[in-house]
Design a protein around this ligand. Structure first.
Ligand code: ADP
Length: 492
């Protein structure tokens, strides 16, 4: 906490990068246009950022293409690529206080969360993949006949990377880490709500020695800059994190070029508490599971299934903890919850709260705006929720928990899986056999047992069903950035 006190305050925070990074140059948008990025805690403009569109994407792809087809990055010693990535991580770490403050300013998350969570995880990711750079190799294969057959793992080419606003620094690291290690070059579009930290990381990448054209950043809007990346024939692969609706558009637009796609999308994750669980730990897990990052997590434990024997008592605890959660200024070290990222998200969440009330659920706590400036919402718990209500089916992406009661294991599994999503799930129980059975039967890419939101750069993350495809993190996270080439040599 000592370092937190030293974190720069919003007014004194320098905003260095607001332009596009193309081929190693910081340039305005060709159209000359800019857009405002807003501080969600005050609704004030932080900075004007260059608004890239198709013309800028054209230049960025040309640079990334050249850097891939002719430049040093995919050709240098793999270990040297790794060293540059380690250097990038070190430079980020050296600026951790300022970066955490910039993230809090642009996104609204508590500076303490960015400092203790987002950035350390981003550093881990970059270092983890830096370590992979010289460990990506193929196999020798004993095929029939007098041949020597081997595989090479080669970079897929130019990666278009489109990220959301909920974890801007972390999502940048998740995307750059495997792409850089594999030897790909990048055209990235940060979310229009939160472009500032991605731009700062791009500056640090230059300082670390990433060659010109390897990382290009084009801030702008989805239907213009984003769509131009997806459609551009010079892009080999698109990695996208965001909503399912946008993913569907991207999939259609990427069809012409048969682009490789990876998607990390939404969720409506079940968080299941059996009566025999450590209820203190489970209550914390329910709380963190829904409220982390103002509820703006794709893996939020937004459906809390509680076994009927403990339902009343457990819900009381969850409600009590929600009431005590400290909502306020992201720069106050005591703050646990900041504002939602923008007015659109705020309105959407308030709409779901109204729909929960209208459909007959009980709003046990919260449900209202906090203050009259900034997009703050009270931690909200709905009880008496029915499976068919919108608040039990749709992703709210805010601090709104739906509590459901269960009694029978088979019925529980059926209901927990009765969703189009399949990103994450958790189960709380002291019965080891039951924990593994539930983990096996849940259709989700991640299952936490007696914990929640445990992430590690080495552990793959991604969705079943409409929560996406492909995996990020871990060894599997490299796969989408690699092609496998088979070489067969006649020895006759
Ligand atoms: P959210 O609802 O969380 O903002 P979106 O899917 O709308 O999620 O946005 C995630 C990212 O996708 C952002 O960077 C956004 O600009 C981008 N995006 C939105 N629409 C498109 C599109 N049609 N093509 C490409 N990218 C898009």
């Amino acid at each position: 906490m000592a370092t937190l006190a030293a974190a720069p305050k919003p007014a004194s925070l320098p905003i260095h990068q607001t332009q596009l990074l193309i081929d190693g140059q910081w340039v305005p948008a060709k159209s000359g246009k800019t857009f405002d990025t807003i501080n969600p805690a005050t609704e004030e403009v932080i900075a004007q950022v260059a608004e890239g569109d198709a013309a800028d994407v054209e230049a960025a792809v040309r640079a990334a293409r050249r850097a891939f087809d002719e430049g040093p990055w995919p050709r240098m010693n793999a270990r040297d690529r790794g060293r540059i990535m380690y250097r990038l991580a070190d430079l980020i770490e050296a600026e951790i206080d300022e970066l955490a403050a910039l993230e809090a300013l642009d996104n609204g998350k508590p500076v303490s969360d960015a400092r203790a969570g987002d950035i350390p995880l981003a550093l881990d990711t970059l270092r983890y993949y830096a370590g992979w750079a010289d460990k990506i190799h193929g196999q020798t294969i004993p095929i029939n006949g007098n041949y020597f057959c081997y595989t090479r793992r080669e970079p897929v080419g130019v990666a278009g990377q489109i990220i959301p606003w909920n974890f801007p620094i972390l999502m940048t690291a998740w995307k750059w880490g495997p792409a850089l290690a594999a030897g790909c070059t990048i055209v990235m579009k940060p979310a229009e709500q939160t472009p500032l930290t991605c731009l700062r990381l791009a500056r640090l990448a230059q300082k670390a020695g990433v060659p010109d054209g390897v990382i290009n950043v084009v801030p702008g809007f989805g239907p213009t800059a984003g769509a131009a990346i997806v459609k551009h024939p010079g892009i080999d692969k698109v990695a996208f994190t965001g909503s399912g609706e946008t993913a569907q558009i991207i999939m259609r637009q990427a069809a012409d070029g048969l682009k490789r796609l990876t998607f990390e999308l939404g969720g409506k994750s079940p968080n299941i508490v059996f009566a025999d669980a450590d209820l203190d730990a489970a209550a914390v897990g329910a709380h963190v599971g829904i409220y982390l990052n103002q509820g703006q997590c794709c893996c939020a434990g937004s459906r809390l299934f509680v076994e009927d024997a403990i339902h009343e008592k457990f819900v009381e605890r969850v409600v009590e903890m929600s009431r005590k959660r400290k909502v306020g200024d992201p720069f106050d070290p005591a703050t646990e919850q900041g504002p939602q990222v923008d007015r659109a998200q705020f309105d959407k969440i308030m709409g779901y709260i109204e729909s929960g009330k209208r459909e007959g659920a009980t709003c046990a706590t919260g449900g209202k705006r906090v203050g009259d400036r900034g997009f703050f919402i009270e931690p909200t718990v709905f009880t008496n929720v029915k499976d068919e209500m919108a608040i039990a089916r749709e992703e709210i992406f805010g601090p709104v928990l739906s509590v459901l009661k269960f009694s029978d294991m088979d019925e529980l599994i059926r209901r927990a899986n009765a969703t189009t999503f399949g990103l994450a799930a958790a189960v709380w129980t002291r019965d080891v056999a039951r924990a593994h059975e539930v983990a096996k039967r849940l259709r989700a890419g991640t299952v936490w047992v007696n914990c929640y939101d445990v992430f590690d750069a080495a552990a793959p993350f991604g969705g079943f069903k409409q929560s996406g495809f492909g995996r990020e993190l871990g060894e599997r996270g490299l796969d989408p950035y690699l092609e496998t080439k088979t070489v067969t040599v006649s020895l006759s």
